[in-house]
Design a protein around this ligand. Structure first.
Ligand code: GLU
Length: 294
């Protein structure tokens, strides 16, 4: 049997919170229990929100947690060439196309639809599905944007992709903690169509979360993707990209989320639950473990 390879892959676009602590510690525990390796990957493709200071703070937090990981650490900002190459392979399939609608234009269009009583469909994260440039812009406007230096996103023709693959590929899901780590994986049915034509890259960034995560998991030989339940549905998209690019599929292990006192998902913008502020307020390791149910 091959040695399991786990990874904890935070984005230094804010301070780590209790949910990241749970994810990091579950990855560490699983790696020990299954006699595997643990990698940390810095997901910093968003070069405007991710900063060296936040990255430094992130490593400080992880050290405080007692996490031990392999060196060298891969930073996605050093890997754009790999993403570009994967993007080109996807472009060669004819399933990638440029779209010029801005986020604001999509929002305005969707608000109008919603207001007229025809609620526009949302993806599993609650974001409006991309309507297609032709739904919103005139032909002249589209020609003008294509001919000019207008910003664009490269999107995956999801319908075409699913036709090529045959069906939305499911994935292998196994347990994320405790005795469940050892249970055999079960097949989860996927519905990638629910995401519509996802963005694979933008004019200024030759990748996206979805593309870089599948490229790196394959490049780094990750066998077990243990991450929060909030990314459960995104796995449908990752499986499509793996099939199109001929990449191996890891086993997925989605873990419970840590909720705030208000019962809502934690966010990096809420500094009260950041590991730094809790630590500075005197929280001990034992208290932290209790708070996150470990
Ligand atoms: N970078 C992502 C985050 O911080 C996690 C990606 C993943 O585990 O697939 O939410």
């Amino acid at each position: 049997m091959t040695e399991p390879v786990f990874r904890f892959a935070p984005s230094p676009n804010g301070h780590l919170h209790l949910g990241h602590a749970l994810s990091a510690l579950l990855n560490a525990r699983a790696a020990v229990a299954l006699r595997g390796r643990l990698l940390v990957r810095v997901e910093d493709i968003d070069q405007t929100r991710c900063t060296p200071e936040l990255e430094r703070d992130m490593f400080e937090d992880l050290s405080w947690l007692g996490l031990q990981w392999e060196q060298p650490v891969v930073c996605q900002s050093d890997c754009f060439a790999f993403y570009r190459e994967a993007l080109e392979r996807l472009q060669d399939t004819g399933l990638v196309y440029p779209s010029y609608l801005t986020r604001a234009e999509i929002k305005t269009f969707v608000n109008q639809r919603d207001a007229s009583g025809h609620t526009w469909p949302r993806d599993p994260d609650g974001a409006p599905l991309y309507p297609g440039d032709g739904e919103v812009l005139s032909e002249a406007e589209l020609r003008q944007r294509a001919a000019s230096d207008a910003p664009f996103a490269l999107r995956l023709d999801m319908k075409g992709a699913l036709q090529r693959i045959g069906a939305s590929p499911g994935w292998q899901e196994a347990g994320a903690e405790g005795a469940c780590l050892f249970d055999p994986a079960v097949t989860v049915a996927a519905d990638a169509a629910a995401w519509g034509d996802v963005v694979l890259a933008r004019k200024d960034t030759p990748t996206s979360y979805h593309l870089s995560v599948v490229v790196d998991d394959a490049r780094q030989g990750v066998t077990d993707v243990l991450r929060g339940q909030d990314l459960h549905h995104a796995t449908s998209v990752h499986r499509v990209l793996q099939e199109l690019l001929g990449l191996p599929q890891p086993v997925y292990r989605h873990h419970r989320l840590v909720l705030g006192e208000d019962g809502r998902k934690l966010s990096k913008s809420n500094s009260d639950t950041s590991l730094r502020s809790l630590r500075e307020a005197g929280m001990t390791h034992a208290q932290l473990r209790k708070r996150i149910g470990l």
